[in-house]
Design a protein around this ligand. Structure first.
Ligand SMILES: Cc1ncc(COP(=O)(O)O)c(C=O)c1O
Length: 387
């Protein structure tokens, strides 16, 4: 069993202070270890850095639309990783998955219409509908000690004639749940019955930790169902290869009329993707899999370290993530009125569960060198030490 130290790409990382790092600037000047926003402290893969250097050497950075290799690289990647054959003609470059979600709110629903989504969830799922003049309808997931699952009764109870879209986060941030094929099929049936469009955010799809144990990501749109064939999928290389600052994502929009209206739905506010982002994405999808596999081995070990630490700390709990590098920690048993404040007071900069629609939780990002994670876990224990 390799240890993380064997993967030198993941054993150290550059100092990010002074680079405008959102993650590291939040508590700058204080002894608070940032384990919040979902980027990794690891440098990008050499294969991607080389591709960017090559593009920089070209020297011209004019207005750029999807380069010819972009959609075929994504299509080849999706086929190789997930067995999903897409038509590259359905792909449209987008400067972020969040931007893509915001566009779907405008394309697929009218003012005052409802967008359904499961909670807890990545905060923009909750804020974007309102920003577009649509309404978010929150459907709480069901929780047991070992899993998060869909509460189908709650879902049926939440839908109304104004409901137009279901936003699926798959795999799910923050719980790390990989939705099963049977969940997806039932969701497709539900959407068909209520005439909902389905949008699936699959930005975490390449960070499934338990593939060897049979946990596989099934792209929603790969299902043999009319709702799936019309579904919009949003994806990006940014989580897996740590490229968020390069602002390059992709929407897979099978319906030609919607694809045509995609850019216009931005109302002039959405810029084109930048050329370096395209180059990095293409390199990641074409050549990034060996690096990704090494990363998974590290993240799996980190997930286990988090679980061990949680089990040793009284009154907190965490369903082990099947995907992502996030841990969604249930602190309600501690009696802490403000778990986020308790973490910060112990020198740990987590994400606050309230922003995900669920108070009493914090989210911890484990994508950092192992010694830093170990320090973070000591601080977590200190935050909730009894007495
Ligand atoms: C589920 C999910 N979607 C989208 C994003 C952000 O995507 P982008 O940076 O491409 O807007 C994140 C970032 O953490 C995420 O977790």
């Amino acid at each position: 069993m390799p240890r993380p130290e064997d993967f030198t790409a993941f054993s150290s990382c550059p100092d990010r202070s002074g680079t405008g790092s959102e993650k590291w600037d939040r508590w700058a000047g204080r002894d608070v270890l940032p384990v919040w926003v979902a980027d990794m402290d690891f440098p990008a893969a050499d294969i991607i850095l080389e591709a960017i250097r090559g593009r920089v050497a070209h020297g011209v950075f004019g207005y750029t639309h999807d380069p010819p290799g972009f959609a075929p690289a994504l299509a080849a990647h999706l086929l190789a990783r997930h067995g999903w054959a897409i038509d590259p003609g359905h792909v449209v470059g987008t400067p972020g998955v969040v931007t893509g979600l915001a566009l779907t709110a405008r394309l697929l629903a009218a003012s005052g219409d409802e967008i359904l989504t499961f909670t807890p969830v990545y905060p923009p799922f909750l804020s974007l509908p309102g920003l577009a003049g649509r309404r978010v309808v929150r459907v709480p997931l069901a929780q047991t000690a070992t899993s998060w699952s869909i509460d189908w009764d709650a879902l049926e109870a939440a839908v109304s004639p104004r409901s137009k879209i279901f936003w699926l986060c798959h795999p799910h941030n923050p719980t790390g749940t990989v939705w099963k094929r049977s969940d997806l099929e039932r969701l497709a049936e539900f959407a068909a019955r209520h005439a909902l469009a389905l949008v699936s955010d699959e930005i975490w799809a390449d960070l499934v930790l338990d593939e060897e144990a049979g946990v596989r990501h099934v792209p929603f749109a790969s299902l043999d169902h009319p709702v799936a064939r019309a579904a919009i999928t949003l994806t990006a290389p940014s989580k897996t290869w740590n490229l968020a600052g390069l602002a390059c994502a992709a929407a897979i929009v099978p319906e030609a009329t919607l694809k045509k209206r995609w850019r216009a739905a931005g109302g002039g506010l959405v810029p084109m993707v930048n050329p370096l982002g395209y180059t990095a994405a293409e390199a990641a999808w074409r050549h990034g899999d060996p690096w990704r596999r090494d990363l998974i081995a590290v993240l799996r070990r980190h997930r286990d370290l988090v679980q061990q630490a949680v089990q040793k700390t009284p009154d907190i709990a965490c369903v082990p993530a099947q995907a992502t590098y996030l841990a969604w920690i249930d602190c309600r048993g501690t009696g802490a009125a403000d778990p986020q404040a308790a973490c910060e007071a112990a020198g740990l900069g987590t994400s606050d569960g309230r922003e995900f629609g669920t108070p009493g939780f914090v989210r911890l990002n484990a994508a950092c060198p192992t010694p830093r994670l170990e320090e973070a876990l000591q601080r977590l224990a200190r935050a909730f030490a009894r007495g």
